[in-house]
Design a protein around this ligand. Sequence first.
Ligand SMILES: Cc1cc2nc3c(=O)[nH]c(=O)nc-3n(C[C@H](O)[C@H](O)[C@H](O)COP(=O)(O)OP(=O)(O)OC[C@H]3O[C@@H](n4cnc5c(N)ncnc54)[C@H](O)[C@@H]3O)c2cc1C
Length: 391
Amino acid sequence: METLAMDVELSDELRAMRDAVRKFVTKELEPWAREIDKSGEIPQGCIDVMQKNGYCGMRLPAEYGGGGLSLFQYCIALEEFSRLHRAFTIAANYSSGMTPMAITRHGTPEQKEKFLRGFAAGKLKSGFALTEPEGGSDAAGMRTHAEKRGDKWILNGRKHYISGGHVADVIMVMAVTDPVKRARGGITAFLVEKGMPGFEVTRVDTTIATDAIKLAELTFEDCELPESAVVGEVGAGFKVAMRSLNDGRLSVSCSCVGAAESLLEMATEHVKVRKTFGKLLAERQAIQWMLVESATDIAAGRALAYDVLRRLEAGKNIGSAGSMCKLFCSEMVGRVADRAVQIHGGMGVIRGFPVERFYRDVRHYRVGEGASEIQKIVIARDLLRGVDIKD
Ligand SMILES: Cc1cc2nc3c(=O)[nH]c(=O)nc-3n(C[C@H](O)[C@H](O)[C@H](O)COP(=O)(O)OP(=O)(O)OC[C@H]3O[C@@H](n4cnc5c(N)ncnc54)[C@H](O)[C@@H]3O)c2cc1C
């Protein structure tokens, strides 16, 4: 939406980057969005186009073929991808999401050489496996465990709801290595590769959202891992995971802003052509107010997300602000989607219309990467520091 009221202060560099991504999305990705909806998959051809144009490994260091983007720049790219189709944000995360960034931050030179180049070349896809049946919101309650035998780690357990776990070439799996210490030094991050004996994708779930977004169940039965599979220090896995989730909250926030803006655009265009009782919907105050509420919601979400990203770039401690962003933006896009469906009437709920797909796709955001209630717990702890809050 190009209204002055919704505009936001951006440096010339960021504005130029945003415009370049927007042009790429419109010119190159639009045909792939149709293909993704038809096939229910993210085709390799789409990843190849992203790679050719510099959108694989966007955040990875240049020495490994990456684009070296900051989190702020990456979030702006995700916002643009999300305006067209949520699947492109998933495709971007395969090569610049939580696992590639954990390897960048904590990996050994050998891990970086082996995996980062593959992500940047669009040849490898990553997954991130924390959640499991007994450890969802309470991730530290996980049962998946790894035991050291000689110079090998033996991994056993089950993860579920893992985005793209069925197509990932390498997955960062969190496992208990010291049952007494657990989250306080007893969880380790391991890199598990597709095809390793003892590792199997045992279920693939489709969800309320577009079919291309699938969540996998992964089972590990005496899966033998070399010592070189450990990411960072043994026992530091929970910290690695939480650091990754911090970035994830801001990526999700900006993806929500992009989707919300598309929904508002669709609603605004619709009311300019749809007449009821002899008048355009645009002339009805009840309808105008829905548009106004959505525009104000989006402006607030974007201002919050960009402010937090700026503070992060300046090296400031943001406390629980990442959780505030994720909480506000994921709930905000739900409200905007609901109004857009309402404004479209019957058309808003018919399969095949973009507004209906967006409505379903954005529902994920309130659950994945820490549900709203968990973000509230994080913010409450920050607000009430000093009070001994028992879980
Ligand atoms: C689209 C999508 C993609 C995902 N991708 C991944 C992935 O790639 N990797 C991965 O590891 N996981 C992934 N997940 C899993 C996700 O992180 C979990 O679903 C989420 O953390 C919630 O865990 P749960 O499903 O076990 O719900 P539960 O933990 O059972 O929670 C159920 C409900 O109870 C609420 N709740 C829980 N505890 C409290 C409390 N103390 N107080 C108040 N309310 C509470 C929750 O907020 C939630 O609303 C994904 C999920 C989705 C939907």
